[in-house]
Design a protein around this ligand. Structure first.
Ligand SMILES: NC(=O)c1ccc[n+]([C@@H]2O[C@H](COP(=O)([O-])OP(=O)(O)OC[C@H]3O[C@@H](n4cnc5c(N)ncnc54)[C@H](O)[C@@H]3O)[C@@H](O)[C@H]2O)c1
Length: 431
């Protein structure tokens, strides 16, 4: 099939590359011509395990192309995926849909034959209706169907998630686009009954409800961790004991610094705005957002306690800035609020991330280091922020080379008892 992805970011590039791997002719297009030029020169702009190989292989075979001529890409294709960002509008907390609508207007002008317009961006319920309205001119009559196909991939596991999905949700009440989509996804769904066809509005809401539910699971265990810290119980035992119940499941039940990334924070806020618009009270989601934003303060208080309120001129080594391992995405990462808060309290902060991600903090007391060793030498406190594999077996004494340093592990990567028996000043979440 001839496919065009409009928006070659995380979702557009990963799903475009995977569709080409499944044998389709794919054009990934974007308004960012630098990004397209890089891709045409063999440079993959994001860090995602396994992506580069798939991109290079299919690019070389001519099945995957990159173009900044969006109009031509639309004309050449039968299925058009909208994969642009839907960030939070800071004033209203609603999803900002200007990129989605701008793409819809571009499609409207370039409908040269029947096409399935698939919205893969995460959008509030009824956005599909609005896209349809934009496209619906006399000239375009019977030339399109607008459907919803939300994406559930996780950064860091994106290729596997795309090729082996738990489910493919397709929102349309029409047979023609449903048949086309089923055929497109056939290679990855044929072994199991994971293709779920529903209405367009339901598909839009499934995406938000799923993300809000996962955010709730994370916030729930984080609050249980707060209680564990007061009563000498290890939250890891609680997660394990709860997770064994198949009705609950162990995933997204690990206590940590709070959820971040490009999806959960914006999608929970957008869901709440939608509920407000339709005069519905989503009190649980509201509380989850508050609980997650309070987490930063709780962690800073804990650090103050660990350091006996003496952060001034102390060297803090901050390991990992991305919101989770396996990605170079720092959007809404808890690190972005924790680091400036610690510096505000007088600490000298040295940070390192395995992706080499350098974030401009514009403060002389925040220094980027190119290795764990460089970040940790002579440290007073090591904070493990991201669960990268390379932080899982560190020889702290050798790295720091100074007595009395402390470790605060926000991802619970080490055994509490082993660290204590090694006479390390080790602290972690939920104990
Ligand atoms: N990142 C994830 O893990 C993830 C997972 C599931 C769903 N989503 C959703 O998918 C959507 C895209 O997310 P993303 O992370 O890929 O975003 P992104 O910011 O990585 O990429 C968006 C791309 O769209 C391009 N773009 C913007 N306007 C355009 C236009 N008019 N024409 C062509 N290209 C345009 C941008 O230049 C950018 O390259 C969002 O709605 C997001 O919520 C993201």
């Amino acid at each position: 099939m001839k496919i065009c992805m409009i928006g070659t970011g995380y979702v557009g590039l990963v799903s475009g590359a995977c569709f080409s791997e499944l044998g389709n002719d794919v054009i990934c297009s974007d308004i960012d011509s630098d990004k397209i030029e890089k891709l045409n020169n063999g440079k993959v702009p994001i860090y995602e395990p396994g992506l580069e190989e798939i991109v290079k292989r299919n690019f070389t075979q001519g099945k995957l192309k990159f173009s900044s001529d969006i109009s031509l890409s639309i004309k050449k294709s039968d299925i058009i995926f909208i994969c642009v960002g839907t960030p939070t509008n800071k004033k209203t907390n609603q999803a900002n849909l200007k990129y989605v609508y701008s793409v819809a207007k571009r499609i409207k002008k370039n409908l040269n034959k029947y096409k399935v317009i698939v919205n893969k961006s995460t959008v509030p319920v009824t956005t599909g209706d609005k896209i349809e309205k934009i496209l619906n001119t006399r000239k375009n009559k019977n030339k399109f169907d607008v459907i919803s196909n939300p994406e559930f991939l996780r950064e860091g596991e994106a290729i596997r998630d795309f090729l082996y999905p738990d489910r493919v949700v397709v929102g349309t009440n029409s047979n023609r686009p449903n048949k086309i989509m089923k055929n497109l996804y056939l290679p990855i769904i044929k072994k199991s009954n994971r293709y779920f066809n529903t209405s367009r509005r339901a598909a839009e809401l499934i995406k938000y409800a799923s993300n809000a539910f996962l955010a709730t699971k994370i916030s729930f265990i984080n609050e249980i961790a707060n209680l564990c810290e007061k009563i000498n119980i290890d939250v890891k035992d609680i997660s394990a004991g709860m997770g064994l119940d198949e009705r609950i499941g162990g995933r997204f039940l690990r206590a940590g610094p709070g959820y971040g990334g490009s999806c959960f924070p914006k999608d929970t806020k957008a869901l709440l705005s939608t509920a407000r618009k339709f005069k519905t009270n989503l009190s649980i989601v509201k509380t989850v957002i508050k609980s997650n934003s309070d987490r930063n303060k709780l962690i800073i208080n804990r650090i103050n306690k660990i350091m006996k309120n003496k952060l001034k001129n102390k060297k803090i080594s901050f390991l990992g800035v991305t919101f989770k391992a396996g990605t170079d995405d720092v959007r809404e990462s808890p690190a972005l609020t924790l680091i400036p808060s610690l510096v505000k309290r007088g600490a000298n902060l040295h940070y390192y991330d395995p992706t080499g991600k350098k974030k401009e903090f514009k403060n002389k007391k925040i220094k980027f280091c190119s290795s764990t060793k460089e970040a940790c030498i002579n440290s007073d406190l090591i904070i493990i922020h991201t669960e990268w594999n390379e932080f899982k077996q560190l020889n702290f004494k050798k790295l720091v080379n100074k007595p009395n340093f402390k470790i605060f592990d926000l991802r619970n990567l080490y055994s509490f008892s082993k660290m204590k028996s090694n006479k390390l000043n080790y602290f972690r979440i939920g104990i």
